[in-house]
Every structure is written in C-alpha cells, then in structure tokens.
Design a protein around this ligand. Structure first.
Ligand SMILES: CCCCCCCC/C=C\CCCCCCCC(=O)SCCNC(=O)CCNC(=O)[C@H](O)C(C)(C)COP(=O)(O)OP(=O)(O)OC[C@H]1O[C@@H](n2cnc3c(N)ncnc32)[C@H](O)[C@@H]1OP(=O)(O)O
Length: 232
C-alpha cells in the first residue's frame, strides 16, 4: 500500500499480518525506540501535561524558566522533521508525530494497538483530566479523534489506507475519565477506492460511543500505481 520509502532511508513501521497471530491479538504498528531517549522524553512530557492541566499552583514562575530552558535546549540539539517530505504513510517520523498514536508526541495518550486474526484492532487506555470535556468525562472531540485513528488502523490492518471522507459518531453514554476504556475497530467492506470501517468504545460492558467511517483510498497509492504521485 505504501510508496517506495528507500529515498528517505526510512522503512515503514513494522505491521503484523492479522492472519498470522493467535487469539490474544498481537501488537500492531509497534513504534521503534531509537535509543535516543526520545520516547522517555515524550513520556515525561505526558506526565507534565497532566500536571499542568490538572493542578492549581500558587507560583510556578521558576517552572516557566526551567521549561523555557528545556525548550531552548531541544530547539538547539534537535533536527526538525518536515511533514511535507515523507515518502510514504507509516514511517516512524510520520506515525511518531501522530496526536492519537504517536509515541513521540506528548499530546497522544498514546495508543498501543493489538490486532486479531479477523482484522479487529483493539486498544485499551485510560484518559486523564487533560482530555476532559464535561466534568469527569472525556471530550467528545477526543473520542472522535481516537475513533478516526482506530478506523485508520483497522484499514491498515486490512492492507489499505484512506483519507477520512465521512465520520459519524454516536455518543451513547458519557465516556468516563480515569476509567479503563476499550476501543475496537474493524474494516467492514470496500468498493473500489471506498472503504467502510466501524468502531465501538466501551468502559466495562457499557457502550459509550460508536462510529462509522467512509474512507477514500488516495489515488496512486495502490501497488500497481506506485510510480504515480500520491494525491490526497
Ligand atoms: C500492509 C499495510 C501496511 C500499513 C502501514 C500503514 C501505516 C498506517 C499509517 C497510518 C494509520 C493512521 C491513519 C490516520 C487516519 C487519519 C485520517 C485522517 O485524518 S484523514 C484527514 C481528514 N480527511 C481529509 O482531509 C479528506 C479531505 N477530502 C479529500 O481529500 C477528498 O475529498 C477525498 C480524498 C476524500 C476524496 O476525493 P477524491 O478526488 O480522491 O475522490 P472523489 O472522486 O471525490 O470520491 C471518490 C468516491 O467517494 C465518494 N465520496 C467522496 N467523499 C464522500 C463523502 N464525504 N461522502 C460520501 N461519499 C463520498 C464520491 O462520491 C466518489 O464516489 P463514486 O466513485 O462516484 O461512487
């Protein structure tokens, strides 16, 4: 499904063939740790994000100076990723920056998906106050973000990629903060470049939300079209 990534020297993130795993599921789209400390940095910033969004303070000007110093340092030592230069979907720099699944992105929970033999992709996660909408509940836009991503992953598990053309979310019951959540997604059918994919979000046995998405495979992304430019 991907274009040739050799020009960038990057390989797409390892995926798992849904037909070759046992009934417990297998890690899907695992993101490599390059050993630089990048993932630990992102994890620490996730902790910071929760503390900043979810605390009140008397005076944190000392913390402002510390964090500013850190930002200045990272700006100096890092090489900036240009989002317009990826050769394909799914290389670590692409997935790593993703706001839902990216292990390098402190905004992401992140998701750690597993895939089952029937192509179902599942994540289990718990969201903190930084994802709050109504008091004690997950923001509906965050639910939509997670659904969009999970539908995309189910498409990837089925060997396809698509741009979201239509995303319908039905919110059945408030999605609680600080409770284990489970999202399951599966591609339902395809017709030419059109892909229909569905997902549910549960806490325990309670259905919190469900979604149906229509995705359109970008022109030129199929194997036989690899030489043509990717659009969309
Ligand atoms: C072995 C596998 C390895 C896998 C490894 C991969 C790694 C995976 C990597 C990463 C996974 C994570 C994934 C992330 C997921 C995130 C997703 C997003 O956030 S996407 C951003 C938000 N969406 C947009 O910005 C779209 C904006 N819209 C567009 O660009 C176009 O409208 C587009 C591409 C959707 C369609 O444009 P056209 O020109 O290509 O196609 P036209 O001709 O318009 O439509 C084709 C058919 O679809 C229908 N169609 C199009 N849009 C429709 C709609 N909204 N509702 C109903 N039908 C629609 C049309 O009526 C047409 O149907 P008829 O062929 O005539 O039957």
């Amino acid at each position: 499904m991907s274009t040739d990534s050799s020009a960038s020297g990057e390989q797409p993130v390892e995926t798992t063939d849904p037909g070759s795993v046992d009934a417990d599921g297998a890690p899907f789209l695992q993101q490599p740790d390059d050993g630089s400390g990048h993932l630990e940095l992102a994890a620490e910033l996730r902790r910071l994000r929760g503390l900043v969004a979810g605390s009140t303070f008397e005076d944190v000007h000392d913390a402002v100076a510390t964090v500013r110093e850190l930002s200045d340092h990272l700006e100096k030592v890092g090489t900036r990723v240009n989002p317009f230069t990826y050769e394909t979907w799914g290389v670590p720099e692409h997935i790593g920056a993703n706001p839902a699944i990216g292990s390098r992105n402190p905004i992401s929970p992140p998701l750690e998906p597993v895939v089952f033999p029937d192509g179902t992709v599942r994540v289990e996660l718990t969201l903190g106050i930084e994802y709050q909408g109504p008091p004690g509940c997950v923001h509906g836009g965050i639910v939509a973000l997670l659904f969009d991503e999970m539908l995309g992953l189910a498409n990837a598990a089925a060997g396809s990629v698509g741009m979201t053309a239509d995303l319908r979310v039905t919110y059945k019951s408030p999605t609680p903060l600080l409770q284990p959540l489970r999202i399951e997604a599966r591609q339902i059918r395809t017709e030419g470049r059109k892909i229909w994919t569905e997902a549910t979000l549960h806490t325990g046995d309670t259905l919190c939300a469900r979604t149906e998405g229509l995705f359109i495979e970008p022109r030129g992304i199929r194997d036989e079209d690899r030489d043509k430019p990717i659009e969309g």
